[in-house]
Design a protein around this ligand. Structure first.
Ligand SMILES: Cc1cc2nc3c(=O)[nH]c(=O)nc-3n(C[C@H](O)[C@H](O)[C@H](O)COP(=O)(O)OP(=O)(O)OC[C@H]3O[C@@H](n4cnc5c(N)ncnc54)[C@H](O)[C@@H]3O)c2cc1C
Length: 395
């Protein structure tokens, strides 16, 4: 059996980002950190690094810049110059622009596989040791930490365990951490699309009576599609031939990008808002999708988790208490509470508002979109939420 100061369970986007945020300070303090992940880097089965892309907010860029990894990420990050929000079958639209907000980009779209590669390569292996491929099968609380059992039957003790094992976290359940769940009865269909016309850095958010869709700009003039539909309907779309799929998508999206010429592999993600009722205990922190899984349409889930990871690392490194100290973990939780509440609320309300077919609600959102385009303060507020800057006290 061995003992480390900190164990990160899950080397997905969030676990790997936490490792990066900790490593310089950990080196100075002589902390031993282990990162445990069942899938090898580059394995397309790893949930965090599958065929999806992520819209990173401007705030996330600032964090990765500070962690010294942005230069690498930016080599394949497509800047979002404008966001075009529309409601199908209604006239109202809203446009948000980087120039008006005085920033180089409203956000950046990055393929998860590339982001993962950048993060893993920047982890300092002298400070963060890898257990990969390895899976934690059991966690037992000890008076001074946690004992972890891995799938090869070895055990490991740590002062602080960070649970970043994703939305379907079996370990969270094993520890008796309850979750609040609100199913959306929808699935997100994702695929890469090639249009005939240049996207010029324009991201599209389009709301329809059947569910919202986002088309985000990617390098090589491709677009990342996130199309939300009722579960059965999403499955139907996933099963269509390439030609029929493109024709149905074109009918809903229109010709803003000319003809939609090609579609890559399609994947489905069933959607439920999940929030853990406890995020910290003595010697334990829950992070990422294990703490909160959001509807993807507002592109906020990972951005929020990155802010959490950054804040947790800062709280641990600033504390003069031993790792795992409950007061330190609670202070981190309090610092992030407002950001989490506002971001989860924003994503959920946008999803429900724009997912409704009730006439009064759709009239309301029609007026809302018109208002958004006409009223600069409302527009600015929306843009800041979308950029992930909305709730940061320092932004
Ligand atoms: C369709 C879709 C589009 C999205 N788009 C965006 C977007 O544009 N912007 C945005 O901000 N967010 C977006 N999100 C949200 C984002 O994908 C998630 O916030 C992010 O993937 C969460 O990462 P995670 O590391 O917490 O969890 P995961 O990605 O699930 O990673 C968990 C890791 O833990 C490992 N693991 C699991 N069990 C164990 C165990 N027992 N022991 C050790 N390791 C384990 C897994 O192998 C995995 O690597 C989107 C989500 C979806 C579904």
């Amino acid at each position: 059996m061995s003992r480390v100061n900190l164990a990160i369970i899950g080397g997905g986007l969030v676990g790997a980002s936490l490792a990066l945020a900790l490593q310089a300070g950990a080196k100075a303090r002589g902390w031993k950190i282990v990162l445990i992940e069942p899938f090898a880097p580059g394995d397309s089965w790893q949930p965090s690094y599958d065929a999806r892309s992520s819209a990173l907010s401007f705030g996330s860029r600032q964090i990765y810049q500070r962690l010294g990894v942005w230069r690498e990420i930016s080599r394949r990050a497509e800047p979002i110059k404008q966001i075009h929000v529309s409601d199908r079958g209604r006239f109202s639209t809203a446009r948000l622009s980087a120039m008006e907000e005085g920033v180089p980009a409203l956000g950046y779209v990055v393929e998860n596989a590339w982001l993962g590669q950048c993060l893993w390569q920047h982890v300092d292996k002298d400070v963060i040791s890898w257990r990969c491929p390895a899976e934690v099968t059991r966690m037992e609380p000890l008076p001074d930490g946690y004992r972890l059992t891995l799938n090869d039957e070895t055990t490991l003790e740590c002062d602080l365990a960070v649970l970043a094992d994703g939305g379907r976290s079996g370990l969270r359940e094993q520890l008796g951490i309850n979750v609040r769940k609100r199913p959306y009865n929808q699935s997100a269909l994702i695929a890469n699309i090639t249009p005939s016309e240049a996207h010029n850095g324009m991201a599209f958010e389009r709301f329809t009576d059947e569910g919202p869709m986002a088309l985000l700009p990617l390098p090589e003039n491709r677009c990342a599609l996130v199309w939300t539909r009722l579960g059965m309907d999403a499955q139907r779309l996933a099963d269509l031939s390439e030609r029929d799929f493109l024709s149905e998508l074109q009918g809903v999206f229109g010709y803003r990008l000319g003809t939609l010429k090609q579609v890559g592999a399609r994947h489905l993600y069933p959607l439920t808002l999940v929030e853990a009722e406890e995020q910290v205990r003595s010697h334990l922190a829950v992070l990422g999708n294990a703490a909160h899984s959001l509807h993807p349409i507002a592109g906020q889930g990972f951005n929020l988790s990155l802010r959490d990871a950054d804040a947790l690392a800062a709280a641990l490194l600033a504390s003069d208490k031993p790792l795992g100290d409950f007061a330190t973990l609670q202070a981190y939780r309090e610092r992030q509470r407002l950001d989490q509440d506002l971001t989860v609320g924003f994503s959920d309300q946008v999803t429900r508002l724009f997912g409704s077919t009730q006439p009064l609600v759709s009239l309301g959102r029609n007026i809302g979109l018109l208002g958004l385009d006409l009223l600069p303060p409302a527009k600015r507020w929306f843009a800041r939420q979308a950029m992930g800057l909305g709730t940061r006290p320092d932004a």
